[in-house]
Design a protein around this ligand. Structure first.
Ligand code: SAH
Length: 281
């Protein structure tokens, strides 16, 4: 198990194929959590949503409101989506944080919004996957001021950047994928206010400083396989934020992290995020 390479985190993306797209329908889409629009032709859109639930909610309403328009549910496999839709990614808000591609930055941050610019690229973590959003919400539930944070499997660096902008005093991100580390480096440069140390390496074999908060958005299998290592990364009284596991894997993950107490649990579609604290803290 310990040499297993983690399986892909993303299986498919919930979307609606809509044709013909009218101006009224475009206006109606504003009411739903849209993450990207693939304009295959001016009146032929594939619209991506934050979750299957949200896609189904939008689909049902649009079919009622626009009976003459074809609205078809699709689950788009990851590789197709990545190749064709990144240019149309939109900003996503999670609490006070907005994660945006460079072309969809909110203009004003005077309302307390924390803006994170992420260049969609090889590194996973544009903020458009449920698990990334669940982790961004979990980070905001903790007081990170003057706390250290370790982001294991940093991908695009989005969680590490968020931790730094939320006030963490000392943030380290690690990933064993060289493309991910390169994209995280680029994203750090795009977010001048963030201060993060990036390391390339396998989280199971790299010596890392213990941290007050360890965030690990990996897979259920890897969380179980690396549970001992991940637990040893947290300081006494620290927190673990675990995600990337599916609801069907939750029990196995909880067994692997026995001795920790679930302080918070959230889910979206089949994905789960857990915030754990040590039993004695
Ligand atoms: N933290 C980001 C990315 C999560 S994807 C977010 O929340 O959006 C998981 C990341 O973990 C990928 O970038 C992958 O390369 C990395 N990863 C997988 N196995 C790893 C391992 N054994 N050691 C270090 N990083 C690993």
């Amino acid at each position: 198990m310990s040499t297993e390479r983690s399986e892909p985190l993303v299986r498919s993306w919930p979307a609606l194929d809509i044709h013909p797209v009218s101006e009224l329908l475009q206006a109606a889409l504003v009411d739903y959590d849209v993450t990207a629009v693939d304009e295959r032709a001016p009146d032929d859109w594939r619209v991506f949503f934050t979750s299957a639930r949200e896609r189904d909610r939008a689909g049902a309403a649009l079919r009622t409101e626009f009976p003459d328009i074809t609205v078809q549910s699709v689950d788009v496999p990851d590789e197709n989506w990545a190749a064709r839709s990144q240019a149309s990614l939109r900003a996503v808000r999670v609490g006070a944080i907005v994660v945006a591609p460079p072309w969809d930055l909110p203009r004003d941050s005077s309302d307390g919004t924390i803006r994170i610019v992420v260049e969609p690229s090889m590194g996973f973590g544009t903020g458009h996957h449920a698990t990334t959003r669940l982790c961004l919400a979990a980070l905001q539930r903790l007081d990170l001021k003057e706390r250290s944070v370790l982001d294991v499997g940093t991908g695009s660096g989005v969680l590490a950047i968020a931790a730094s902008l939320l006030g963490s005093s000392d943030v380290t991100g690690i990933d064993d994928d060289a493309d991910a580390v390169a994209s995280a480096q680029k994203n750090l440069e795009l977010n001048a206010g963030a201060n993060v140390t990036l390391l390339a390496g396998d989280l199971r074999s790299t010596r890392l400083p213990a941290a007050d908060v360890v965030v690990a958005n990996l897979t259920g299998g890897l969380l179980v396989a690396a549970a001992g290592t991940i637990q040893s990364m947290a300081t006494r009284g620290g927190r673990l934020i675990l995600s990337g596991l599916m609801a069907s894997e939750e029990q196995d993950v909880l067994v692997a992290f026995a001795g920790w107490i679930v302080e918070h649990r959230s889910d979206e579609d089949e994905w789960v995020a857990l915030t754990l604290r040590g039993a004695n803290s």
